[in-house]
Design a protein around this ligand. Structure first.
Ligand code: IPM
Ligand code: MG
Length: 361
């Protein structure tokens, strides 16, 4: 198969971790007979440096012409980077939000899995995680608070800021359907997370989700308030299969879920629209403090590439091969610094990529 893939290397550790994911894709190509054409795209700080803005029409058009896009991470150190002297709408993060909107990537899948090998890195007591856990956070990605109207104005001499949170039934229904479809392929449970005891948008969310659930009689739907969910994630993470939630709650809960797996450096993510197109990126950030040192964990990006093969190209065997190779590398005792523990061998970014490639047969 010939795969046309957009590559956003991004900022901070982005270029290093993307290099490893591309290496792994090339290895998969050799073993399974696929060829690639990679198209380099600029986004975030890297785009500001060249064009003065975090996202250009050219990047959007090029991304649309690709079958899928692989991304590192964007953003810099807000205290020291000149990107943060710019007005908020011109900063790196604004580019990421804008490309999600432009490509209509409303469904963000963030799997949080506890690897047996990394149990030691999980901050929870062993009795809470015995047997591991495996959840999929389904975050709505193009609506809600991050895309509502906002302004900061002076009212009667007092500075006042507004952010608005809006959801239409159409937006809720399409993401809910995706969550139920995915639950059908997993353990058939959806936990829909909202704040329906306070917010109108959450009450509509709950109503529409309950309607969608009627079309999936095999799937159990549970509604959970977001504050309770934040607590349940550390109290009993094993109870979750698919967590369905709106944009901001998903942003926060997915970081929390990643930490209970031990390291955010392990977590992949996929952002999908109505078609097979997707943008695949690690759940973690650009970690400017360790950029360029060759120590970042490339596994989340490599696993994001596996998600790309699975969701955009239906190459399940190939995706399985990458996931298995990651498992093997961990079993063989290799660790990047973020997941290092006693008795294991600490290695850098490039070596991790090489060792994963060697295990793809
Ligand atoms: C994420 C990030 C982004 C988000 C930021 C960088 C805008 O935190 O992908 O979770 O909030 O969506
Ligand atoms: Mg986030």
């Amino acid at each position: 198969m010939q795969l046309h893939i957009g590559v956003i290397r991004g900022d901070g550790i982005g270029p290093e971790i993307v290099t490893e994911a591309v290496k792994v894709l090339n290895r998969v190509g050799e073993v399974y007979g696929h060829t690639y054409s990679f198209e380099e795209l600029l986004l975030g700080g890297a785009s500001i440096d060249v064009h003065g803005v975090p996202l250009t029409d050219e990047t959007i058009e090029k991304a649309k012409s690709c079958d899928a896009v692989l991304m590192g991470s964007i953003g810099g150190d807000a205290k020291t980077s000149p990107w943060y002297q710019l007005e908020p709408s011109k900063r790196p993060e604004a580019g990421l939000l804008a490309i999600r909107k432009a490509l209509n990537l409303f469904a963000n899948l963030r799997p949080a899995v506890l690897y047996d090998e990394l149990k030691g890195a999980c901050p929870l007591k062993e009795e809470l995680t015995e047997g591991g856990f495996d959840m999929m956070i389904m975050r709505e990605l193009t609506g809600g608070l991050y895309f509502g109207e906002r302004k900061t104005v002076e009212e009667a001499g007092v500075m006042t800021a507004y952010d608005s949170l809006t959801y239409s039934e159409t937006e809720i229904r399409r993401i809910a359907k995706r969550a139920f479809d995915i639950a059908m392929k997993r353990s058939k449970k959806v936990t829909s997370v909202d704040k329906a005891n306070v917010l109108d948008s959450s009450r509509l969310w709950r109503k529409v989700t309950e309607e969608v659930a009627k079309d999936y009689p095999e799937v159990t739907l549970e509604n959970m308030l977001v504050d309770n969910c934040a607590m349940q994630l550390v109290k009993n993470p094993k109870q979750f299969d698919v967590i369905l939630t709106e944009n901001m709650f998903g942003d926060i809960l997915s970081d929390e879920a990643s930490m209970v797996t031990g390291s955010i450096g392990m977590l992949a993510s996929a952002s999908l629209n109505e078609t097979k197109f997707g943008l695949y990126e690690p759940s973690g950030g650009s970690a400017p403090d360790i950029a360029g040192k060759g120590i970042a964990n490339p596994i989340a990006t490599i696993l994001s590439a596996a998600m790309m093969l699975r969701f955009s190209f239906d190459l399940d065997k190939e995706a399985d091969a990458i996931e298995k190779a990651v498992d093997l590398v961990l079993k063989d005792g290799y660790r990047t610094i973020d997941i290092m523990s006693e008795g294991k061998e600490q290695i850098g970014t490039a070596k991790m990529g090489d060792l994963i490639c060697e295990r793809i047969q």
